[in-house]
Structures are given as structure tokens and as C-alpha cells.
Design a protein around this ligand. Structure first.
Ligand code: NAD
Length: 325
């Protein structure tokens, strides 16, 4: 086919699984690497290696004969997970990312993308629900999310050093809450849209569901199809500084619940649990740079994306025998 060979790490995870399919549709040869196979459907990768990327020799093996790397592998989860497993997260992700960068350099990889997070933005810019959208330069002076955010921020800089010192062309995206079908929806690692879809799917027509915090905390949510297209567009650009990848429509958790309830056709009320972690008070993406650099931004509405996600989670719960079809 004459196209460069691509490695997607974290190919057994939510975004990696979708990205592999997207790149296959574009005609690339793709190697997927992960410690686990995708949970909800088989991979489209030409080759799938089950490897633990905390280990140097596995990073070397993964990057052999590879021109382009999308490095998505990470030990991560929703707010409940990242607030409670900081040492494990920092340990695993540091090993994965430092070894992957060095292996990419050793194996003469041309281009390398790192998936950072909106969690790198400083807490002091996110302490009100009515927050000003975050611009890329707001990252400094640094005060990221403890643990997970600090590791992402440090690796953003490591990417810059590998580009400046060794000529490895690096890219870094700061994801803002990616959601969609084929993502974890139960077990403690799921994110808010999936958790809310699951709770509403399991609820009776006029039940209350548990909401973490007072529900006034705000976020923006980006649909998975937009996410993978954005990754591909960035990878084909000449922009090597960290960039936001998300939607700039901000909603509160309360609004998110109402949107899903409407999709489900249920009259759901909320029971607030103020003891549960809720992360920063408000967060939104400023997409000015994204528009300027990529001449593009995510287009799927929250209502459209959540409708697909809700339907998929319902079908999973039917398969598990937890609801009837
Ligand atoms: P995910 O948990 O579904 O996928 C990550 C994958 O990495 C998993 O399949 C996991 O098994 C794999 N992995 C973990 N440790 C590994 C190891 N030692 N060796 C090999 N593979 C390993 O998460 P996702 O939502 O697909 O996220 C992909 C990337 O995007 C991650 O780097 C994450 O930090 C980042 N990110 C995601 C979001 C989001 O909203 N989903 C937001 C910000 C950043």
C-alpha cells in the first residue's frame, strides 16, 4: 500500500480501539499493543501484540519497523479512580511514557503523538462552575490535578525535549472528556457520561439516581468520532505544541443527567452524594487554537453522541441480563 506503518498503544482501550478502526479505514497497516484485547468487539489491527509497556524491551519490540506512533496506553479511569490510585498511576504511566519515547527514538520513529489531558490545567483557573474556557497557555504557572495531571504535564515537556534534542516529531493533545460507545461503563474506571447512562438505563421510569457532588460542577464532552478525526488531523499537521481536543459546549452534571433522561424517556430526579469525588468545579475547552491550526473542531452535538452511547450501554446491559430489551 506504500503507507507508513502505524503503532497504536492502548489499542485494547476505548479511544485506541476506535482509532485503530479509523486508521484501517484510511488504508494504513496498523499494529495494536495493549495488555488487554478490546472488551467490546474484536480489533481491526493487522497485528495485535499483548505486551506490558511498562517494560523497556516491550516498548522496543512495539516500535520495531514503525514510522508513526499514537501512544495512548495509560493506567487511568474516571475521577473516582484518579483520586484514589495516584502512586500506581504515576508509577505505571511514567514507565510507559518514558520508555516509549526512548524506544521511538532508538527505532527511528518519525512522528509520535502523546495523549495528554485537560487534567494538566491549574486548579486555580477551575474553581467556579462558570469557568472561563481554558486556553493552551493557561497551563502555566503549573498546578495540575494531583498525580495523573502532573505525570501528563511532565511527559508533555519530555515530548518537547525529544523533539528539540533528537528531532523526533512529537504531538500532544489535551483531551477534554471523550465519550461514546465501546467505552467502559461500570466497575469504577468509567467516566461521568457512561456512569450516568448506566444509572439511568438501570432506573425505573420515575426513579432518582445518585449524582456525585451537587451536580453544579461543569465540563465539556467530546464524542469519540470527533476525537479520532481530530487526532488524525493533528498528526498530519505541523503543530508540535500541546493543543486542546474537546468540545467547547460546557454543561453541568445536572444538565448532563437531564439530557440523558430525555433520551431515555424517563423522569429522573437526582440524589446528591457530597462525599464522592467531583474533581475541579468547572472546566471547558477554548477551541480557538484548534480552529486556527486544524481549520476544524468537533461537530457532533452532545444530544446526538449521548443518544448513540445510551443505546449502546442499554444493549450491553440487556446482554448482561441486567435489564430487559
Ligand atoms: P482506556 O483505559 O480505555 O485505554 C487505555 C489502555 O491502555 C487500556 O486498554 C489499558 O489496558 C492500556 N494499558 C494500561 N497499562 C498498560 C501497560 N502497562 N501496557 C500496555 N497497555 C496498557 O482509556 P482511554 O479513554 O482510551 O484513554 C486513552 C488515552 O487518552 C490515555 O492516555 C488517557 O490518559 C488519555 N485521556 C483520555 C481521556 C478520556 O476522556 N477518555 C481524557 C484525557 C486523557
Amino acid at each position: 500500500m506504500g503507507k507508513e506503518k502505524i503503532l497504536v498503544t492502548g489499542a485494547g482501550g476505548f479511544i485506541g480501539h476506535h482509532l485503530v478502526s479509523y486508521l484501517k479505514e484510511k488504508g494504513y497497516w496498523v499494529r495494536g499493543v495493549d495488555v488487554k484485547h478490546p472488551e467490546y468487539g474484536s480489533t481491526d489491527a493487522d497485528e495485535f501484540l499483548s505486551l506490558d509497556l511498562r517494560r523497556w524491551e516491550n516498548c522496543l519490540k512495539s516500535t520495531e519497523d514503525i514510522a508513526y506512533v499514537y501512544n495512548l496506553a495509560a493506567n487511568m479511569g474516571g475521577i473516582g479512580f484518579i483520586e484514589n490510585y495516584k502512586a500506581e498511576i504515576v508509577h505505571d504511566n511514567t514507565l510507559i511514557n518514558i520508555h516509549m519515547l526512548e524506544a521511538a527514538k532508538k527505532n527511528n520513529v518519525q512522528k509520535y503523538l502523546f495523549t495528554s489531558s485537560a487534567c494538566i490545567y491549574p486548579g486555580y483557573k477551575q474553581n467556579t462552575p462558570d469557568v472561563t474556557p481554558l486556553k493552551e497557555e493557561d497551563a502555566y504557572p503549573a498546578d495540575p490535578e494531583d498525580g495523573y495531571g502532573w505525570e501528563k504535564m511532565y511527559i508533555e515537556r519530555a515530548c518537547r525535549h525529544y523533539m528539540e534534542d533528537y528531532g523526533l516529531k512529537t504531538y500532544a493533545v489535551r483531551f477534554h472528556n471523550i465519550y461514546g460507545q465501546l467505552g467502559t461503563y461500570d466497575g469504577g474506571r468509567e467516566k461521568s457520561p457512561a456512569a450516568i447512562c448506566r444509572k439511568i438505563a438501570l432506573a425505573a421510569k420515575t426513579d432518582a439516581i445518585e449524582v456525585w457532588g451537587d451536580g453544579n460542577q461543569t465540563r465539556s464532552y467530546c464524542y469519540i468520532d470527533d476525537c479520532v478525526e481530530g487526532l488524525y488531523r493533528l498528526f498530519n499537521s505541523n503543530h508540535h505544541h500541546p493543543i486542546n481536543m474537546g468540545s467547547d459546549r460546557m454543561v453541568s452534571i445536572n444538565q448532563l443527567v437531564d439530557i440523558v433522561a430525555k433520551i431515555a424517556g424517563k423522569e429522573i430526579s437526582k440524589q446528591y452524594d457530597l462525599t464522592k469525588p467531583q474533581g475541579v468545579r468547572g472546566r471547558n475547552s477554548d477551541n480557538e487554537k484548534l480552529r486556527e491550526i486544524l481549520k476544524w473542531e468537533p461537530a457532533t452535538s452532545l444530544e446526538e453522541g449521548l443518544a448513540v452511547t445510551y443505546k449502546w450501554i442499554c444493549s450491553q446491559l440487556v446482554k448482561e441480563g441486567r435489564i430487559t430489551g
